[in-house]
Design a binder for this molecule. Sequence first.
Ligand SMILES: Nc1nc2c(ncn2[C@@H]2O[C@H](COP(=O)(O)OP(=O)(O)OP(=O)(O)O)[C@@H](O)[C@H]2O)c(=O)[nH]1
Ligand SMILES: [Mg+2]
Length: 255
Amino acid sequence: MSRKKTPKSKGASAPAASALPAADGSRPARPGIARPGPQVRPNGPPQPGRPSLGGGDFYDVAFKVMLVGDSGVGKTCLLVRFKDGAFLAGTFISTVGIDFRNKVLDVDGMKVKLQIWDTAGQERFRSVTHAYYRDAHALLLLYDVTNKASFDNIQAWLTEIQEYAQHDVVLMLLGNKVDSAQERVVKREDGEKLAKEYGLPFMETSAKTGLNVDLAFTAIAKELKQRSTRAPSEPHFRLHDYVKREGRGASCCTP
Ligand SMILES: Nc1nc2c(ncn2[C@@H]2O[C@H](COP(=O)(O)OP(=O)(O)OP(=O)(O)O)[C@@H](O)[C@H]2O)c(=O)[nH]1
Ligand SMILES: [Mg+2]
């Protein structure tokens, strides 16, 4: 199994997609565009029991995940919570354009690198975001449970996703900021209903407390890894069931 070195630093705005070569070392089909799809060596999945490398700098497979949703729903905070385990409290600094961070996860003994693209929710950056959709293997679509408009806009985001993303993109709906119980205006059931309507896995999260944040990314990593490397004898990973089973309720982690 080939191992790739992960770029250490945070990416600059508008990263070249070619920063993410396929795990077999090949370059993307078109310059600057990494194509989705299996990114494993053609000779199949790794053998069980192989030695694992220490540190987080190497990976077996790599995928692109995009965070989308209205401005202010907490995309950047969710990413910072996942990557650094911290919460960006205080002044809201809206993302300009697009940015990315890498994180390598150990998924069932395999190093899965997620290149997570944090998009700007503001309307004026929408055309920038559109250009990145088609290379995304997974999308985390966020709304803010304290902001009804962000929830109402989910349908418009889904229309956009349908237009610009790959048809088989892994998609998950997240209702963020559930720590703000007093300000909540979107009920959990409303999120569940919408998710069911569109056949999406759904969870409520809090970038502030960390509720379900690791779980959301881990679930995506598991799904993508299985899609690309599942051995015939391996049981299917069921994303919906996994998040339903592992997701925790808001009441568990409010400060
Ligand atoms: N209480 C609470 N506040 C949060 C949470 N996540 C984000 N926030 C706050 O919400 C504001 C917006 O968060 P961001 O992560 O910057 O929002 P964004 O979606 O990246 O916004 P854009 O970059 O403009 O698209 C900030 O003031 C955060 O501190 C959360 O889980 N709980
Ligand atoms: Mg942001």
